[in-house]
Design a protein around this ligand. Structure first.
Ligand code: SF4
Ligand code: SF4
Length: 362
């Protein structure tokens, strides 16, 4: 529902500005049963702003999609904001000209429509709600939709194409999708993986500086890994991280005249901090050390969602302090520290509790 929200009403300023985001303008997300505008959900509005419910791969009425986007613009100019977007950090104020290019296209794509995985992370929605996933439906095919978007020049370079969902290595069309996107010279491709099954196609994207792979590890030891992932695959995951890291090229890739990608930041592993399970500095240091030894130069962290939701109105100072300690370890080992949305929002919203934090520009 769209409701008037004074905070987002720029009409009195006579600046011609209005609030919007890249996803409202040019974004699309494929989820299991629906299409959404974005994949963000770490703010109070809840995100995942709906485009079409009950979706399972039917032909898309593009005219309708772009009409919807224009409706968002019309309403947002009046300060009428979709409930799901309220308090989203990506909602920013810009001029008419900056937001409305006059062309209808998609440049931000998030593909997250399947749940099969070879890991069983204790915090995963699929692990926590097995009843919902016991009769898994075969994921619909996204490849023909992407091909159609490319043929019609609807999908264009300039944004990001990320994979979430279950494990990409188990998605039959994954390799074909990545190959197609790389052939069309797309960049800012990001693939989240359990790292249990190696995917050779990712090497090409890493080598070209067009693709980042993020392996979910959450541990600095085999024991903790097994406790969280409920599979005994620590050694194989570490070996696969090493192989992805070895595909990195130690140079700056000039992707466009304005965009340069550091080749050695294309392979990374991720650590979701789960209080009382892996919030142990020795564990974190061992994880970073193993990454650095493997040739990984990025430290990616986030906070476990269920814990965060249960504590978001009463966050203990200890969690802010722990994240600061991780930052110091990242500095010590010379890695680039990347915080995912939930954690970044928490620090941004509580500057007095994390004075060391400098938010990245959206
Ligand atoms: S929730 Fe945020 S990112 Fe998603 S469409 Fe709304 S403003 Fe954009
Ligand atoms: S790797 Fe991702 S999809 Fe697989 S169980 Fe863990 S959180 Fe779920």
């Amino acid at each position: 529902m769209f409701r008037y929200n004074k905070k987002y009403d720029c009409q009195n300023e006579n600046s011609g500005n209005f609030y919007s985001c890249q996803w409202i303008q040019h974004g699309l997300v494929f989820f299991r049963y629906k299409i959404a505008t974005c994949c963000y959900c770490g703010h109070s509005g809840g995100g995942h702003t709906l485009v079409k419910d009950d979706y399972s791969g039917q032909p898309i009425n593009w005219e309708h999609i772009f009409k919807q986007k224009k409706t968002f613009n019309r309403l947002y100019k009046k300060g009428l904001i979709n409930d799901n977007c309220v308090d989203c950090p990506f909602l920013t104020q810009k001029s008419n000209e900056e937001w409305e290019s006059g062309e209808d296209y998609i440049s931000n794509l998030y593909i997250s429509h399947w749940v099969d995985c070879n890991s069983k992370c204790t915090y995963c929605f699929a692990t926590q709600h097995p009843e919902e996933f016991q009769f898994k439906t075969k994921p619909y095919s996204v490849l023909p939709i992407i091909k159609e978007m490319l043929q019609k020049n609807i999908l264009r370079r300039g944004g990001s194409i990320h994979f979430g969902g279950g494990e990409p290595a188990l998605l039959p069309e994954f390799e074909d999708i990545i190959r197609l996107l790389l052939d069309y010279k797309f960049y800012d491709l990001r693939v989240h993986t359990s790292g249990i099954k190696y995917m050779p196609i990712l090497e090409r994207g890493i080598r070209e500086g067009r693709l980042k792979v993020v392996v979910s590890v959450d541990a600095g030891s085999r024991e903790t890994f097994k406790k969280i992932k409920q599979v005994d695959a620590y050694d194989i995951v570490r070996e696969n991280i090493r192989k992805y890291a070895a595909a990195q090229v130690d140079r700056t890739h000039a992707i466009t005249p304005k965009l340069y990608i550091i080749g050695t930041y294309c392979a990374s592993s991720k650590y979701i901090v789960i209080p009382d399970v892996n919030d142990n500095l020795e564990e974190v240091e061992n994880w970073i050390k193993a990454d650095v030894e493997a040739g990984v130069h990025t430290t990616v962290i986030d906070l476990e969602e269920n814990w965060f939701k249960a504590h978001e109105h009463d966050l203990p100072q200890s969690i802010f302090d722990f994240i600061y300690e991780i930052k110091k370890l990242s500095d010590k080992y010379g890695t680039y520290l990347e915080m995912y949305e939930r954690l970044a929002n928490m620090l941004k919203d509580n500057p007095e509790r994390a004075p060391w934090y400098v938010p990245e520009k959206v």
